[in-house]
Design a protein around this ligand. Structure first.
Ligand SMILES: [Zn+2]
Length: 416
């Protein structure tokens, strides 16, 4: 089996120009003694918006790996794929995020639920798991409800998994199962039932992305109850360790935290949990690297600043349309979005400060940042004009990209 490393970190590179700058952050971390595998991820939705092909992600990653001489593992993630979208990712990805959120809540045949419970009497009653805050007590009725909610989603994961296995060979890819893009979070006791069902389907899942409680808005910090998150995260780790033993799932099975970028208030909690348990982690940061491109272009001034201001003005004029596909993962206070006239008066460093995520910085504006985050297709529309600016300002942009990943993400997560 192609084995996912204990620590892995997902990076998105929407315009395929920052792989080297991203890898630089992993090398800085390596120099501090922690090896984390980079995983370049791009979803079908992003490819559609940007007009790119999955092969381009592999090519950019491979070029960076060769240029910088990275000696450790690295992967290319077909992010949030489904049976109908997986095809063009098959040759160029070795990591597949099986998105089965749409099947959550679809009712299975009652006989299938019956059969599951008959196979798993251990899930009914009181389950004591080493490391959970309190034992789970679940009635047969409750197990039935959970199984009814998730069984078809798990079976769908099985369908996609077997499809990829048939094409690539089971030993040649890493499977992640994601359930994060749904309304309700999964509790640790639900996670246990889901893992039992994945084992039944013979899905060799190496990382699982549940939906945690609280808001995981794109590009900004976590909003929610930190104590509750900590309890839930620790319980999830305990459930995973238990499920690995009980159901024979891969020994390296670990949690994946999606929309994991910028969740600064969670990193100390996660770091403590990993140190205490020895567990692994996959943290997926996805598309925020493109915001660092805008920070760099703003700092650069000149044409880069002009284009960034144009993108902002257009985004502001089309705010509802741009935000609609992301309604559940952004929280923008429209009254705090400065007008295009105001932003046009800003210097490069002022605009950079508004976008760059340094909480507590007087210039930072999380509304501006979130709006720009969902506006990446405007840069795609600018085409060569945008890409040429990335090239002519490569150094200043790369510095933002590396610093963001290393200083604001990796340092608090892995070094403390
Ligand atoms: Zn996700």
């Amino acid at each position: 089996m192609l084995t996912l490393e204990r620590f892995s970190f997902g990076v998105g590179d929407r315009f395929a120009h920052q792989a080297k700058a991203q890898l630089q952050a992993f090398q800085k971390l390596e120099a501090e003694g922690v090896v984390v595998a980079p995983v370049w991820n791009k979803s079908n939705r992003e490819h559609t918006f940007v007009g790119s092909e999955p092969q381009s992600v592999f090519d950019a990653a491979q070029a960076a790996i060769s240029a910088k001489g990275w000696k450790h593992g690295w992967h290319v993630d077909a992010d949030h794929i489904r049976l109908e979208t997986v095809e063009r990712f098959l040759t160029c990805s070795d990591f597949f995020t099986l998105d089965v959120a749409d099947s959550i809540g679809q009712p299975p045949a009652p006989a299938e639920v019956e059969a599951f419970i008959a196979r798993h009497p251990e899930l009914v009653g009181t389950i004591t798991i080493a490391g959970v805050s309190e034992p789970f007590t679940t009635t047969r009725k409750e197990v039935e409800t959970v199984v009814s909610k998730y069984l078809l989603a798990v079976k769908e994961a099985g369908n996609i998994y077997r499809h990829i296995s048939a094409k690539k060979g089971e030993a040649n890819f890493i499977a992640e199962v994601s359930m994060d893009e749904t309304d309700a979070p999964q509790t640790p006791s639900e996670l246990l039932i889901i893992l039992a069902a994945l084992a039944d389907e013979k899905v060799r899942v190496q990382t699982i992305a549940p939906k945690f409680t609280g808001r995981f808005n794109k590009g900004v910090d976590y909003v929610g109850d930190l104590a509750q998150f900590e309890r839930e995260f620790n319980d999830d780790l305990a459930v995973i360790a238990h499920a690995v033993q009980q159901y024979g799932l891969p020994a390296n099975l670990k949690l994946s935290v999606h929309s994991g970028s910028d969740k600064f208030s969670l990193y100390p909690i996660i770091r403590r949990a990993l140190a205490r348990t020895g567990a692994g982690l996959h943290l997926k940061t996805a598309g925020t690297t493109w915001l660092e491109e805008l920070v760099g272009l703003s700092e650069a001034g000149g044409d880069g600043l002009v284009l960034t201001k144009e993108i902002y003005a257009y985004a502001l004029a089309h705010v509802d349309e741009l935000c609609a596909p992301y309604a559940s993962v952004i929280d923008i206070d429209h009254s705090k979005l400065p007008s295009a006239e105001v932003v046009n008066q800003w210097s490069g460093p002022e605009l950079a400060n508004a976008i760059r995520h340094i909480p507590g910085h007087p210039g930072f504006n999380s509304n501006v940042r979130q709006l720009l985050h969902v506006s990446f297709k405007l840069a795609a529309k600018a085409g060569a004009r945008y890409l040429d600016l990335l090239k002519s300002n490569e150094e200043i942009v790369a510095k933002q990209v590396t610093e963001n990943i290393f200083e604001r993400h990796m340092r608090p997560l892995f070094l403390g």
